[in-house]
Write a protein that binds this ligand. Structure first.
Ligand SMILES: [Zn+2]
Length: 130
């Protein structure tokens, strides 16, 4: 059973994390989308939900009202847009930090990517405006 999370639910979940040091999370940085690092211990990051919704896999548009790019640390986390609309939500079992993960299928490669969820970047108005 996978739980579909709304932006509000993702926001609340990501606010639960503590600021403590974490022996798992502190080994990598992913303020923006990064290739899943080899130091990432999958078993410590259970999937707690996903951001998919009906028709989401057909949406390739990105959301950058402030001229950010997909690789910006301050790019908005807009669940109605790519690649958030196909992401899984995982949570560190130690510090409760929340991350998004998705798989990029390029022409000649498959890339697992991850991004830390910073609650202040989540676009909460999207449900009303779309
Ligand atoms: Zn952690």
């Amino acid at each position: 059973m996978e739980l579909n999370l709304s932006a509000t639910e993702l926001y609340q979940l990501s606010c639960e994390s503590s600021e403590i040091k974490c022996e798992f999370c502190d080994t990598f940085q992913c303020e923006s989308w990064e290739t899943l690092p080899s130091s990432f211990v999958l078993s410590e990051y259970p999937v707690v939900g996903n951001c998919r919704f009906e028709g989401s896999s057909d949406i390739w548009e990105e959301y950058h009202p402030d001229k950010t790019t997909m690789w910006s640390n301050h790019a908005p986390i807009a669940l109605r847009y790519y690649p958030y609309n196909r992401s899984d939500v995982v949570q560190c079992s130690h510090c409760k930090r929340v991350y998004l993960r998705y798989t990029e299928f390029g022409g000649y490669y498959v890339d697992q990517r991850i991004r830390l969820v910073n609650p202040s970047l989540i676009v909460l108005e999207e449900d009303a405006s779309s």
